[in-house]
Design a protein around this ligand. Structure first.
Ligand code: ZN
Length: 243
């Protein structure tokens, strides 16, 4: 799988398992789905781990969180299937009120130590806004903060959550963290061949938007990232490889 930093092709890394940790259903499909589809095509097992089920994501006065939760879970599972991913797992924290608590960090740590990903894709916890019109959702920052803390130090150290490790799990060192949609992106993945799968995944989130509403923006953003490395479409990431 080719990765690029500017014009330079980076060395391939072995990616057998990818865990995509996000606050809400649909988040990853905007920022990382093309890359997930590529990892899946190249044989990696890809799982989404959602901190919430996004059950507050409606302006319809007739909708309730109790009805919306199962709809959004099903939409996210269908989207992951479009990408060739294995599944979407849900941690069940409350949508709209997510905080980077120790409970959230522990829950992510447990899944890291079970699934043992080589790559973990997360939201950038440092991003508070972008441009003049986009305020980053506080749940996104919370999910990113907890995911980073889970990778380092919690999943590597058996003394922080000792009960996880007495129950049969072993610590796990994640090889690389890919922070999606980061303004400090330093690595781009060519998604020209998987843009159609990304759009198909986005189309599954019918409770949130129609594909026609988001496709122009998604293509524009993908093309802007693509220009960074001279391809039609790309997704950008800030990559951390903790030692
Ligand atoms: Zn979101």
């Amino acid at each position: 799988m080719p990765y690029y930093s500017g014009e330079e092709r980076l060395p391939d890394e072995v990616v057998r398992r990818v865990l995509v940790v996000m606050a809400h259903p649909d988040d990853a499909d905007f920022v990382a789905a093309g890359s997930v589809a590529r990892w899946a095509r190249e044989g990696a097992e890809c799982v989404y781990l959602l901190c919430t089920d996004g059950n507050k994501g409606s302006d319809d006065p007739a909708m309730t969180p109790e009805r919306l939760g199962p709809i959004r879970r099903a939409e996210q599972r269908a989207a992951v299937a479009r990408l060739g991913g294995r599944d979407a797992w849900f941690l069940g924290f409350e949508d709209g009120l997510l905080e980077p608590t120790i409970a959230l960090r522990r829950a992510i740590t447990e899944q890291i130590c079970r699934f043992r990903p080589d790559v973990l894709v997360a939201q950038d916890p440092t991003m508070r806004w972008s441009g003049s019109e986009y305020i980053n959702h506080p749940d996104h920052r919370a999910a990113g903060e907890a995911a980073l803390a889970a990778v380092f130090p919690s999943a590597r150290n058996r003394l922080i959550f000792p009960d996880l490790f007495t129950a049969g799990l072993e610590p796990h060192a994640v090889g690389a963290i890919y922070l999606a949609a980061s303004e400090q992106a330093d690595t781009w993945i060519d998604i020209s061949e998987t843009m159609d799968q990304k759009l198909a995944a986005l189309a599954e989130h019918r409770s949130q938007f129609t594909l026609a509403e988001v496709e122009p923006f998604v293509r524009e953003w993908g093309a802007a990232n693509g220009r960074q490395i001279g391809v039609r479409y790309a997704e950008g990431f800030k990559v951390l490889r903790p030692r």
